[in-house]
Ligand binder design. Sequence first.
Ligand code: DCP
Length: 680
Amino acid sequence: MPVAKPESSDSRVIAHVDMDCFYVQVEQRKQPQLRGLPTAVVQYNEWKGGALIAVSYEARKFGIKRSMRGEEAKEVCPQVQLVQVPVARGKADLSGYRNAGSEVVSILARRGRCERASIDEVYLDLTDAAEMMLADNPPQGMETIDEEALKSHILGLNNEDGSDVKENVRKWIHRHNADHRDKLLACGILIVAELRMQVLKETEFTCSAGIAHNKMLAKLASGMNKPAQQTVVPFSSVKGLLDTLPIRKMKQLGGKLGISLQMDIGVNTVGDLLQFPEEKLQERYGINTGTWLWNIARGISGEEVEGRLLPKSHGSGKTFPGPRALKTVPAVQHWLNQLCEELSERLCSDLDQNKRIAHTLTLHARAYKSSDSDSQKKFPSKSCPLRYGTAKIQEDAFNLFQAGLREYIGFYGGKTRGSHCRGWGITSLSVSASKIVPIPSGTCSIAKYFHGQSTSHFSSMQSSDNLNTEATLSLPSGSECYSEVNLSEPKIDFPKEESWIKDTVPDLDLQEQKDLSSTLSEKTQDGFIQEDISPLLLSGCLEQNRSKQQWDLSKDESQFKSEYKERKGKRLKDKGTYSIIELFKSYNPNPSGSFLSHEYNRTVGGTDVSSSSYSRDGEEGRREAWGYNIDEIDPSVMEELPPEIQDEIKAWMQPHEQRPNNMVKRSCTISHYFSPSKKS
Ligand code: DCP
């Protein structure tokens, strides 16, 4: 029996929900005539019919497996329907699958804390919902139990030959003498069955689920009976489940640790771990891993369901197997550009829809060297601060690649420049954006505070649609530290890149690393990371769409005025909920600065933005251009700014007489800091 654990962890109701042959279902929803037929989704690469990445349960009956290629599958089952994954930018476009996953998540999240674990997997903490059901309408007293719930598999339930399985489940759910933990699980059975039915009704997708007292057990259970079924692990069945469970089936034991357990201490099943005292495991594998192993042997896992519906990282990758390996720098750059374009699009829609920003850009590659004794050497992953804007992401990713390549091949300089292959090949490339965090609350006020400045750059002709994913904004403290690095400098010879390019990625957790490796095989697992806010580095985002923007300085002044008024009126209506996206939308950098002069000429008669905006004579004009009264400034946002900017703003807020004499000069700092043309 598992050792006694705190009541609180035993009494949780956790579900792991996993979509069935997910990509196939998405394709079948698009083409309903494929429903019920043996179907598989194949990769974009058409070699030998393309690799299968999702296989329907009908096709599995014929022996078709994910490891096969399309041609092989046709041999096994000539009638198999092969659907090619959608394609964009010469690679698989997974956005349809991602969106379909989001549809499901939004339904599952209705009954409890929900954690999106991958493109098609979700954890739910249903404890509160179960407790509530137990208090209001306990299953023991229910006259009818839903059919779907009765089809549940309850581990350890004695289904002797000939016995009515559904009847046994009904009795288990109805047990009056069950302990509190099982009563909660009985509620979980009903809730999850109902949720799964709702998913089917609203999305046409089936899913399977595991229901247990913790995430680890729920995950193990969800894969036990597929498709469209649910499996329950009562506390009393934990030992039986783990005793015979091969360790490789545990999520974290598929790699080196699992091999070591097998080879070094002869552990083949999770139950085998029970023979080792905690200290022994700690001695061998370290304190944390040792304790973790000791716990999982007993079915103990304290891992919380994190309330997050959004991915913790975004990735875009492509493989180049065999003869498709990339052998020239321009070829790599071409593909990196495609990947970065996709990544940038996703980052911008995340910013737009979820008000989140990513902080770290990482490049991963797999490579080979044709003439090298050190052929096992891996291409080093590299990361750097992420700058928004497709061109910047492309530039930075390429620099990361070159840094990695230099390290990988052991030399660089002229020898690998240009398009000549020096005996290396790239078999996979991926870029990812991680450390994604919500825009800090203070940003709202910062954005509001500086909205007036961006107003001064409004183009009366801009299309806000074109701008909604763009931003030029360097905000709170720490952006200095990024701006120390001039990322826009070409780095062909990498004299300094080591100072900012980091080997990747010590801070990625297990799941994230899995995500990234999945990306390489084009299975996108979106992940999350919870981290304190560090500097925003959105500068450059607006540049992405510069080419899309229309500058029409000849626009009728009255139209300009009315639009300006409209925007200003809208600003004043926004109270605390000002969307930073709105700011970005309306922020239109003018490379030539001509519009800036245009507005300032009208308002303050100045010629130079920096100096005129802060000169005493331009007081009214400055207020007009900035669009806010000094009283409106939220002092709390000050802390988020670099010290010299804080000083400048504080000075600026003082009455005229008390301002330092060098105000005009210092104003240049703040103007430069928030300048749209500032690159980083
Ligand atoms: N996927 C992928 N490449 C892989 C593995 C999976 O592109 N190497 C994609 C296709 C799958 C989806 O991710 O449909 C979810 O993967 P799962 O491992 O959950 O498998 P399925 O949902 O396809 O099937 P199952 O019902 O067995 O979970």
